[in-house]
Every structure is written in C-alpha cells, then in structure tokens.
Design a protein around this ligand. Structure first.
Ligand code: ADP
Ligand code: MG
Length: 377
C-alpha cells in the first residue's frame, strides 16, 4: 500500500487502515425495521493508505475503481455532485462534516480483496476504512459504532442507497472469533463467540456472481413497504410485532402485504434463536435456522433468485447443515454451514450444478469470523 501510494501521490502515507466485508448469518432486511441481525466480518477487507492535506483537496484513487486520481474539494462536497465509486469515500468526509467535525483534505489510495456487488459489503468496507482513517488523522475520537453511523449516513445521503446500518456496524464493530448481535433500535451490540472451524465445521461463501444492485429501486421499495405496513398496523416499526401476533395482524392487512410482515417478524425471532444456540455452545443448530431464513426470503420476501436457490438446494442435498442467501438479495452470495468433511464435496457439487444449468462458475471460498476495522500501519 505504501509503495502504491508513493507511485500515485509521491511521498509517504501517514498510515494504513483496514475494514472488512461481512456476511450476515441471520437477520436480513431487519435492520431498517428496528430489529436484530447477526453478522460476522470476513477476512476479505479494504485497505486505505492516507495522508492529510492542508489545502482542503480530497484526492481519491482506487485499484478497483479504475481511471485517474479523482480530485475533489472537502468544502464543495454536496449530495449528487459525485456519481462514481468515489461517492462512497467522499460521502464519508461529507457526513463527518455534516456532523459538525472540522476536517481538512487528504490523499487516499484504496485497494480491496472484497468482491464488489457480491453481497459481501464492499461498500461498507470502503466507507469504514475511510472513516477510521479520518478519525485517526483528524483526531475525532469517535467510537466504532459512531463511525459506522457516519458511514451509513454517507451511503444514504451521498451515495443515494437507502440501506440500514447493519453492514457498516458489522465492518466497524466485529471481532475475530465472534458474531455481532445487533439490536438496531437500541443501538446496542454484543459479541457472541462463534468459531465454526474449532468445532469441526466450515462456513463457505458461494458468490453466485449474479450482480445485485441495491440502487435499482427494489430495495428502496421493500424498505418503504415495510415502513408503510408498520404504520398501517399502528406500530413504530415491524420490530414491535411478535410472532404470536401475526395472525391478528394478517386480518388488519391486505393479503399481499402479510408475507412481507411475516418475514421480518420471524426473521427477528430467528436471530434471537441463533444467539441462544451459539451461547449454549450448539453452533450446528444454526443450520436449520439459516435454511428457514432462506425459505422466508425466497417465498415471503421474494428477493432470492434461481442461482441462489440452486446453491442452497445443492448444498443441502450434499449434506450441508444449513444454507441461505445473505445480503440485500437479487443475487450476491450464499453462505453454507457444513461439517468440515463435507465442505469440499458441497463446493464441487455446487460448481457442477452451475455448469449443468448454464450459469457462470461461482466463486466458493471458506471464511472464518474476522476482525473489524482498525489501523494496521
Ligand atoms: P456490496 O456492498 O454488496 O459489495 P454495493 O453495490 O453496495 O455492493 O457496493 C459496491 C460499490 O461500492 C461498487 O460498485 C463501487 O462503486 C464501490 N466500491 C466498493 N469497493 C470499492 C473499491 N475497492 N474501489 C472502488 N469502489 C469500490
Ligand atoms: Mg453495499
């Protein structure tokens, strides 16, 4: 990173920061419903080499972004002004200023091992790496959760993606060997020990290579739909509905809206259940919870796709403990929990099934719960 920085900008960066991508074990489309989620950070991460500037310019370069250095000015950042990938890092600086922090410019060089658009939160990894760099360089003394909320604000208000806060909280607050139990309403989180490999299990990511696009309106429509249903039911958020109240809620709603509610309500219960199983030392019990979660996203929330369903079905047919699509939906990645001895067979079977179906060959790789954002040099 230091060598690349020197080639691009000349001189040395003041430091290098890292922030990971994430997979969500369970709790999908619950964050913006004030609910619960249970993500882990993955070993793939985004790096930022950074140096302050006195003249207020913000220069951005990314090994993945392509193209020349992008030259902006901190004082001139306004939503809509940047429409390329640079909206994510520039948005973080904008959101920090909006929150009242006094900041100068910077030279930033970015490089990443998180595949973009694969549902593994390359956007949150990028935002968090930049936020943590700015936090240290300009001595803002913000906590990891506070920085995560700045990053969410950047993605909502500057990049124009109406996401909840789960991705950014995962990238900022996860720790190695643990899942992060998030309560989005309380703004609280706790670490729940989770080390599948130490208990003879493998956690696989299958990147279906079907590109999702959270900006395409489908995600926004789901979010607005959930908020509208909550209002119809007289609730602050769908978080406030218990599973046992679902049938009563069903009578108060047009029939086509019930599956939306059912997913969110049961998904919150699945997070609570998963946390109890992990705390009781039964990680294998996550399997059926993941698979139930997938069925709910496929049949009730309707955001899966043929490729993700094929991964789940094939993995289960080859002995997986459980599998589900993860992330916002419409493609992206699937996670598979399996006994260690079965991982290779599952991986081969999924690849064979994709070939037979005429789909692009998927990327399959094992992951372990990794560390959250931090300074590394
Ligand atoms: P996901 O977060 O699931 O990977 P998103 O659509 O939310 O998918 O974010 C992907 C976008 O984030 C990319 O299209 C690009 O604009 C930006 N991005 C992520 N990582 C990088 C990077 N290393 N360099 C430049 N842009 C990046
Ligand atoms: Mg994203």
């Amino acid at each position: 990173m230091k060598e690349a920085f020197r080639r691009i900008y000349g001189g040395h960066p003041e430091g290098v920061w890292a922030a990971p991508g994430r997979v969500n074990l369970i709790g999908e489309h619950t964050d913006y419903n004030d609910g619960f989620a249970l993500p882990i950070a993955i070993p793939q991460h985004t790096l930022v080499a950074a140096r302050r500037r006195r003249d207020g310019r913000l220069r951005l370069h990314s090994a993945q972004g392509g193209g020349p250095v992008i030259d902006l000015h901190v004082a001139q950042l306004t939503p809509g002004a940047v429409t390329t990938w640079a909206a994510y890092p520039a948005g973080v600086v904008w959101a920090l200023r909006e929150a009242g922090h006094r900041l100068g410019g910077a030279d930033l060089h970015i490089d990443s091992t998180v595949p973009a658009g694969a549902g593994l939160s390359s956007s949150a990894a990028l935002e968090c790496a930049v936020a943590f760099a700015y936090n240290d360089l300009y001595e803002l003394n913000l906590s990891a959760p506070a920085l995560a909320l700045i990053c969410q604000r950047a993605e909502n208000g500057f990049a124009g993606v109406p996401c909840g806060a789960m991705d950014q909280l995962a990238s900022a607050c996860c720790t190695a060997g643990a899942a992060l139990h998030l309560d989005l309403r309380a703004g609280a989180h706790e670490q729940v020990p989770f080390a599948p490999e130490a208990q003879g299990m493998s956690l696989l990511v299958v990147d279906t290579r079907v590109k999702h696009d959270l900006g395409d309106g489908a995600y926004a429509a789901l979010r607005t739909g959930c908020e509208r249903v909550a209002r119809l039911l007289g609730l602050e958020a769908l978080r406030d509905l218990a599973p046992e109240d679902l049938s009563r809620a069903g009578k108060a709603l047009p029939a086509h809206l019930l599956p939306l509610v059912r997913h969110v309500v049961r998904e919150n219960a699945r997070v609570t259940d998963a946390v109890s199983q992990l705390r009781a030392g039964r990680p294998a019990a996550l399997g059926p919870i993941l698979t139930d979660g997938h069925a709910s996203l496929r049949d009730d929330f309707r955001i899966s796709c043929a490729e993700s369903d094929l991964v789940v079905d094939t993995a289960l047919a080859h002995g997986a403990l459980g599998a589900r699509m993860t992330g916002g939906g419409f493609g992206g990645s699937v996670i598979v929990l399996a006994e260690e001895g079965r991982a290779e067979g599952i991986s081969a079977a999924v690849t064979t099934a994709f070939r037979a179906a005429g789909y692009q060959v998927p990327h399959v790789f094992p992951i372990t719960p990794a560390a959250g954002a931090r300074r590394i040099a």
